[in-house]
Write a protein that binds this ligand. Structure first.
Ligand SMILES: Cc1cc2nc3c(=O)[nH]c(=O)nc-3n(C[C@H](O)[C@H](O)[C@H](O)COP(=O)(O)OP(=O)(O)OC[C@H]3O[C@@H](n4cnc5c(N)ncnc54)[C@H](O)[C@@H]3O)c2cc1C
Length: 381
């Protein structure tokens, strides 16, 4: 029997598992995919994440992998007005926000977990293992074989936005206004503004947006995301929305025999509700715990922050041998203190953006003049 099972080896799960192993804990990390694996994402990695990874000793790996730095941000409002700003860097000036295909980014974190002494297994987790309402492990399938049990007193669910564990453990699911859907494509042959991330807000998709994020080799990650309730109301079709975005005069003028590939869609669990992310014997982190920023759609940073907060709680629980929901509620206290003020502010702003595209035009004009209110967002990308 292991001390902790971490399910999902994305950024949240790999960081949690590595930290537990480095603290001398017996941890097994499970993922249904073999690594390296792709993850549908805009690939935008905020500078805070880069700083955290450097503080974990991953500086040489980051430098060797050659993350593509981004230094400027452009917001385009529904009437076409543009607001440009310089992105923040870490206070020491070393860590810059970056655009890194997740195939590469997640592999760095997964390798770090394996090098930290984590045991990694490819396995599809099918359900939590429950005894008298307490999670005591997971049920899983490996290599097409039958279902079996794996036991541990603590399970950390990091299995992303379609989390099997969260579905079983969170009784009331947030409704469609707390979810989003997004499409990501890689595009070659687009004139890119080097080292600049571009966000386009327009009538059809508010409070969502389309983006162009340049990355290495002249490639761009291009996509479109919408809140799920709005998407359903307008009977949206993300592929059609992407085509419409690429056909906008301002974008089409930059496309020369553009080649669009790897078009995929995925869902986002927005952190716009402060419900408990704890069950007896289990902690929910990253997308499995609904921590995506409701305005930017970014979830890598909050995934890593929640991983670290969950590890603090896990080590205390292992020391005290107490895995009750009451004890583990320390994790709820920690993430609410650290993340909820920012998530709540983003949720309000997101609802404001829905009121009218005209409001977005006026707001961006003010922003351009006074730079008011943009500070926290420059830090999120
Ligand atoms: C289109 C799109 C664009 C985005 N753009 C950005 C962006 O630019 N910047 C940003 O910060 N965030 C972005 N996000 C959000 C970001 O992708 C997520 O917040 C982030 O990946 C969360 O990391 P995680 O470790 O919680 O989950 P994931 O990265 O999703 O990892 C979950 C892991 O669990 C595994 N898994 C799932 N189910 C099981 C199971 N039953 N058994 C075993 N393993 C399982 C999966 O294989 C996967 O490896 C975007 C999301 C989308 C959909």
């Amino acid at each position: 029997m292991h001390e902790v099972i971490v399910v999902g080896a994305g950024p949240a799960g790999s960081v949690a598992a590595a930290a537990l192993a480095r603290a001398g804990r017996d941890v097994v990390l499970l993922d249904r995919a073999q690594f390296p694996r792709d993850k549908i994402c805009g690939d935008g990695v905020p500078h805070e994440v880069i700083s955290t990874l450097r503080s974990m000793g991953l500086g040489p790996k980051i430098d060797a992998a050659g993350f593509y730095p981004v230094r400027n941000l452009r917001l385009v409002s529904p009437n076409g007005s543009t607001f440009d700003a310089r992105l923040k860097q870490s206070p020491d000036g070393v860590s810059e926000s970056s655009v890194v295909p997740r195939l590469k980014f997640d592999a760095v974190l997964w390798e770090h977990a394996c090098a930290s002494g984590v045991r990694f297994d490819v396995a599809q987790v099918t359900a939590p293992l429950l005894e008298n309402g307490q999670v005591v492990g997971v049920r899983l399938r490996q290599n097409g074989s039958g279902e079996r049990e794996l036991r541990a007193p603590l399970v950390i669910a990091a299995d992303g936005s379609t989390s099997t564990l969260a579905r079983a453990l969170v009784p009331k699911r947030p409704d469609d206004m707390h979810r989003a859907v997004a499409l990501r494509a890689y595009v070659e042959g687009l004139d890119l503004n080097e080292h600049m991330v571009e966000f386009y807000l327009y009538r059809e998709i508010l409070p969502g947006y389309s983006w162009i994020f340049p990355t290495e080799g002249g490639l761009a990650n291009v996509g479109t995301g919408m809140r799920l309730d709005t998407f359903r109301k307008v009977k949206g079709d993300l592929r059609r929305l992407l085509d419409q975005f690429l056909a906008m005069p301002a974008i089409a003028a930059r496309a020369h025999h553009a080649h669009v590939r790897s078009v995929e869609t995925w869902q986002l669990n927005l952190g716009s509700q402060p419900f408990s992310r704890v069950a007896p014997g289990a902690l929910l982190i990253g997308d499995a715990g609904w921590f995506i920023d409701p305005i930017t759609g970014g979830g890598i940073n909050n995934g890593i922050i929640t991983a670290r907060l969950a590890v603090e709680t896990a080590i205390e629980a292992l020391t005290e041998r107490d895995f009750s929901a009451r004890f583990l509620a320390r994790y709820d206290e920690r993430w609410r203190r650290r993340l909820w003020p920012g998530l709540r502010a983003s949720a309000y702003l997101q609802r404001l953006l829905m009121l009218s595209p005209r409001l977005v035009d006026v707001g961006l004009k003010r922003l351009a003049r006074w730079q008011w209110g943009i500070e926290p967002f420059l830090n999120k990308m």
